[in-house]
Design a protein around this ligand. Structure first.
Ligand SMILES: [Zn+2]
Length: 460
């Protein structure tokens, strides 16, 4: 039951060298995925899912275009081979092969010669950030267009431009990637991230990268964990809607869930609570972040954002929150070519992975104990559990033992105790492990987060 602590130890217990190594691994994987032109359907998405499949077992489902999913319909599949604008002198001035952001994602095919005036309505740029290329999509309205830097737009001269988008928009499939790791029970923890953005690093690749490595940690535990873990690698919005429409029974098994997005940049952590606002996942993440460097912020639920919107729609109302560093839409690089590999950092990815692992540790191990020696303090010294003589300050681990003994009256969980003591959950859990091994504690409830008791208590 305690194995999580060894594999999923919070990053704070990794030394600098280990954290750097882990960060480099994560960054390498993001770099590998970066050049691929992904979309909400098509071969770029499939290739991404297959690359994920080289690291963890993954099931890829293909849902046909035209399938009705709740109020939505699975769209046609989009694929692209080439796209360019040639100047009046015949030079490729905008080239899909230089940046896949140059094409409005889901553009219909075009082959035409047109004047600058005819072309202009199809060109998108960012006057406020004149060197960056914007990221634009047109999934649900058939259209086409190009994105380019504003500085380049200003250089376009009068004349005829050769315009080509060699794409197809045709009946095909929507691909959903799923990795499932059964635990001792069918109660599930969901980790969901979108895999539909082309060359954007923080927005989509950071979440994918951290999720894949989390899945590797879970896989190493060989089912020796309470919860079953389900990782979804899906196109944003339509992917979550499609998955939920086809998995209503499975969705009812989700006890805790987290959407990962924009978690590789240098900003502070932000956690957006589930619609419930007081779910165990909300408390677990808030606790872990309160012991994470920087100034993490907890945000109340709001009904726009990433796929937590679908999981938290009133019909499902699942306990699913969203973990971010910088909040999408609030940093200028968001949805532009500046959200590139320089915008994310190996150590930040590793730190985000550490936060997620620490959250799993809380969810798996939030036991409630009873102190078996409640009349005065038990003598810890003769059990080798007290500080050695001459040490003046109270080390955290000793402090944690005293807190666990004092608060273990059968009412408080380890998370309650960690909060009251102002110590990280892992420190409190390690203390409880030691005290239980010394027969000073007995288990009252293995984990209220597992049996719904803590949720029920908060709802009373
Ligand atoms: Zn996005």
């Amino acid at each position: 039951m305690r194995i999580l602590s060894s594999e999923m130890k919070p990053l704070v217990s990794l030394d600098q060298h280990e954290a750097a190594q882990l960060g480099n691994q994560l960054f390498r994987f993001a770099s590998e995925l970066y050049p691929i032109c992904r979309s909400i359907s098509g071969d770029g998405l499939r290739r991404t899912l297959r690359l994920i499949g080289e690291h963890i077992p993954i099931t890829i489902s293909e849902v046909p275009s035209g399938t009705v999913v709740f109020d939505w319909t699975v769209p046609k599949e989009w694929n692209i081979r080439d796209a360019y604008i040639k100047s009046p002198s015949g030079e490729r001035i905008v080239d899909f092969h230089k940046s896949n952001l140059h094409v409005v994602n889901y553009s219909t095919p075009v082959r035409a010669v047109m004047s600058k005036e005819e072309l202009q309505p199809h060109l998108h740029s960012l006057p406020d950030y004149p060197d960056w290329i914007p990221y634009r999509t047109s999934y649900y309205k058939e259209d086409w267009g190009f994105c380019l830097s504003h500085n380049q737009l200003l250089t376009l001269k009068e004349g005829n431009y050769d315009v080509c988008i060699d794409s197809t928009l045709a009946d095909g499939h929507l691909s959903l990637g799923e990795s499932y790791f059964p635990g001792r029970t069918s109660d599930e923890i969901l980790i969901s991230c979108h895999a539909c953005h082309p060359s954007l690093a923080n927005d989509n690749l950071s979440g994918l990268t951290v999720a894949v490595h989390l899945a590797q940690l879970v896989e190493k535990l060989r089912s020796d964990h309470h919860f079953s873990y389900r990782f979804l690698f899906i196109p944003g919005t339509i992917g979550a809607i499609t998955w939920l429409a086809r998995n209503r029974e499975t969705a009812s098994q989700i006890r805790h869930g987290i959407v990962l997005t924009c978690i590789g940049d240098k900003g502070n952590f932000h956690y957006k609570k589930s619609r419930r606002g007081n779910a165990d996942i909300d408390c677990a993440v808030a606790h872990v972040l309160s012991h994470t460097p920087g100034s993490p912020e907890i945000l109340d639920f709001f009904p726009y954002g990433y796929d937590e919107r679908q999981y938290c729609s009133p019909g499902f109302n699942l306990p699913v929150g969203c973990l971010m560093r910088s909040v999408w839409g609030t940093f200028p690089e968001y949805h532009t070519s500046a959200d590139n590999l320089d915008f994310i950092a190996p150590l930040k990815l590793a730190e985000s992975l550490g936060v997620c692992a620490a959250v799993f540790d809380v969810l798996e191990n939030n036991t409630r104990y009873r102190n078996l020696q409640p009349f005065c303090e038990p003598q810890l010294g003769r059990r080798g559990l007290y500080r050695s003589a001459g040490v003046n300050s109270m080390p955290d681990e000793i402090n944690a033992r005293l807190w666990v003994l004092n608060q273990s009256d059968g009412q408080h969980t380890l998370l309650d105790i960690a909060e009251r003591a102002g110590l990280p959950f892992a420190t409190i859990r390690e203390a409880a492990d030691l005290l239980a091994a010394s027969e000073l504690l007995e288990v009252v409830s293995e984990n209220p987060a597992r049996d719904g008791a803590s949720q029920a208590a908060r709802n009373e």
